[in-house]
Design a protein around this ligand. Sequence first.
Ligand code: GLP
Length: 239
Amino acid sequence: MVVRVYRYPEDVSFACALLIAAQVTQKPDSVLGLATGSSPIGTYQQLVKWHQEGKLDFSQAISFNLDEYAGLPESNPNSYHSFMREQLFQSINMKASYLPNGNAKDMAEEGKRYDAQIKEKGGIDLQLLGIGRNGHIGFNEPAEDFAYGTSLVDLTPSTIDANKRFFEKEEDVPRKAISMGIGTIMEAKKIVLIAMGQDKAEAVLGAVQGKVSPGMPASILQMHPNAVILCDEAAAGLL
Ligand code: GLP
């Protein structure tokens, strides 16, 4: 695992966008793994800018997102489908983009279908990750075991609390989500995790220097052969 520390959050976004741009430039038909949350917004803005300037073409690339809330219509402004459309897909020319279906009747089947679809497209070349305050990646919350494949998960009170800022009322925050599993994430050829701000410092410490344990899901990245963590000084404050 490589850790790179940048002074400001904008530097993290820029460095992350550069890695994604390099990936797509070197392999135009890349399979990208994408993330939601506030952390990747600056990265997506930079990618959109380069695309609009004619410097970056996604026409052969495809993407798979990490997760989606369960039971929220795709048209809901807080769904990850809406987030990705607004932040990225409507402004670039990605060949195809996939998210798990949070409204599938059978979530176990949907998880299997999603993992099979990723494999069929050749696997993820570069997976972008944010990190939850409790060390979750995707929606893999701290647990007793690592979940292998994409599945339905219960969100923890800490995640519901962190995500309520996007919803009108706390009761509106979905309690469940469908998320790529740790196994799905670890199969990506390259992983880039970004973390900004002091409230991520403990999670970054656990991810980088903690014991590898399902209680700190991001710690599994220590076992990945090609993982890089980009963080600002605030998020790296406890390292
Ligand atoms: C959600 C997402 C994660 C994301 C996390 C952190 O829980 N499912 O993929 O990493 O939020 O979000 P933020 O970047 O807003 O702190």
